[in-house]
Design a protein around this ligand. Structure first.
Ligand code: PEP
Length: 245
């Protein structure tokens, strides 16, 4: 499988930007480009016809339906043609109190309907400074892998997003990313033998640093926030990633 670029728009963007981005990256065949856009824009995705772009939710509820105003279920995402969903982004862990337990429940809800969860893990600056980065991310990953049906685990993609690198302009060095990705893949194989986990790096990725990150053997793609909000620049970034294999 080729490299993966996931754009996380967070609560940004517009219909106009969506059309511009799809126009720029919709024909890229060398990388899989997944757009995690705000939920209302997912209702527009079917109108894009045979674009190569794939779609992701940014969040999902863990139950199938019910009195949960403002929430979106996994089967609703499927109905919109969505094949992926971010789960456990650090902003959700921080601002919406999402625990490892909730991240597992959401991951399971995705897997049950065939959505590929992009499970985000990452350490805070304090945890890194305390030498606990590998321990923290391995625990976050293990909590998920322990709880999902083994047969469905290969659908999971992990995004390593050090909290100190998100939206700060201070990306992890390729060597740091490599060290953590390698540790995550090792931890995954301890839980589920022969699991070939794909691990993306996220945190201040842009067209200038994407190539160096992608040259690391265990970096299988990138998760991009701010740099996915400008169509031409994002196309350059995707082209860098596509050309890196
Ligand atoms: C993100 O929020 O997932 C992210 C990686 O953001 P940024 O690229 O802006 O650091």
């Amino acid at each position: 499988m080729g490299p993966l670029v996931v754009a996380n728009w967070k609560m940004n963007g517009s219909e106009q930007l969506l059309r511009a981005v799809v126009q720029e990256v919709g024909g890229l065949a060398e990388a899989t480009v997944v757009l995690a856009v705000p939920a209302p824009y997912l209702s527009l995705t079917k109108g894009f016809g045979n674009t190569q772009v794939e779609w992701a939710g940014q969040n999902v509820h863990w139950l199938k339906s019910g009195a949960y105003t403002g929430e979106v279920s996994a089967s609703m995402l499927v109905e919109m043609g969505v094949g992926w969903c971010l789960v456990g982004h650090s902003e959700r862990r921080q601002h919406f109190s999402e625990t490892d337990e909730l991240v597992l429940a959401k991951t399971k809800a995705c897997l049950e309907v065939g959505i590929r969860p992009i499970v985000c893990v990452g350490e805070s600056l304090q945890e890194r400074q305390a030498g606990k980065a590998l321990e923290v991310v391995s625990r976050q990953l293990t909590e998920v892998l322990n709880g999902v049906p083994r047969a469905l685990a290969p659908l999971i993609v992990v995004a390593y997003e050090p909290v100190w690198a998100i939206g700060t302009g201070e990306e992890a060095s390729p060597e740091i990313a490599q060290e953590v990705h390698e540790a995550l893949k090792r931890a995954a194989r301890c839980e589920i033998e022969a699991l070939e986990l794909r691990v993306l790096y996220g945190g201040s990725v842009n067209a200038d640093n994407a190539n160096a990150l992608m040259r690391m053997p265990d970096v299988d793609g990138v998760l991009v926030g701010g740099a996915s909000l400008e169509a031409l620049g994002f196309r350059q970034l995707c082209a860098q990633v596509a050309g890196s294999v």
